[in-house]
Ligand binder design. Structure first.
Ligand code: SF4
Length: 199
């Protein structure tokens, strides 16, 4: 099916779940499409499913996902209400290795179709893989995080992946500064009355 012609988000999900455009599909349990509110104005994009995500078929449900939920809560965002959560690739790479450029390219039509239907005002890119896929193939998260980029009318904020924050908690301070900018931008673009408990 031509993903460019799909207009219904549920139909897109059913279609993407049958994808076998790259070899990653043979080594995983299933396609992890994404979850949240497809009418949300803000999208969080990570790298790819890990072991827990592959097992449960849902994005960001392992330790990094639990931290992401805490980060969302600190911003006043609920997973199924304010945001949509997805990854650059939808199938778990073996051993959780970084997806190759070819794998990302193979999966890009799935991501593009999701973004075409969600039409977010804001995207938060979690980690280098999402940064390199969406903004700049030579992007470096330590250099580029915390600075807004605008692309096709979408306001994009790169920040650390929650897994990096688990590995190095000293990065949490910078990540929180990035998220405070995201909340401020959300208030200016989406909902001026958005409540967040900490900022
Ligand atoms: S990673 Fe993406 S392109 Fe590859 S099989 Fe899975 S859904 Fe298809």
């Amino acid at each position: 099916m031509n993903l460019d012609t799909v207009t219904d988000f549920k139909e897109l999900e059913e279609t993407v779940k049958t994808c076998s455009r790259c070899a990653l599909r043979q080594g995983c349990r299933g396609v992890v499409f994404g979850e949240g509110n497809p009418s949300a104005r803000i999208v969080f994009c990570g790298e790819g499913p890990g072991g827990d995500e592959d097992r449960l078929g849902r994005p960001f449900v392992g330790k990094a996902g639990q931290l992401l939920d805490k980060m969302l809560a600190a911003c006043g965002f609920e997973r199924f209400k304010h945001v949509y959560i997805l990854n650059t690739i939808k199938c778990r790479p073996p051993g959780n290795r970084t997806p190759t450029e070819q794998e990302r390219a193979a999966c890009r039509p799935n991501l593009d179709a999701q973004l075409r239907l969600i039409r977010p005002a804001i995207m938060v890119l979690l980690g280098a893989c999402a940064l390199q896929e969406i903004v700049n193939s030579a992007g470096r998260i330590t250099r580029d995080r915390g600075r807004w980029v605008q692309k096709n009318g979408v306001h994009i904020m790169p920040t650390y992946h929650p897994a990096a924050l688990l590995r190095n908690p000293a990065l949490k301070r910078d990540a929180w500064e990035d998220l405070k900018q995201v909340v401020a931008r959300y208030r200016s673009l989406v909902d001026q009355d958005h409540y967040s408990p900490y900022c």
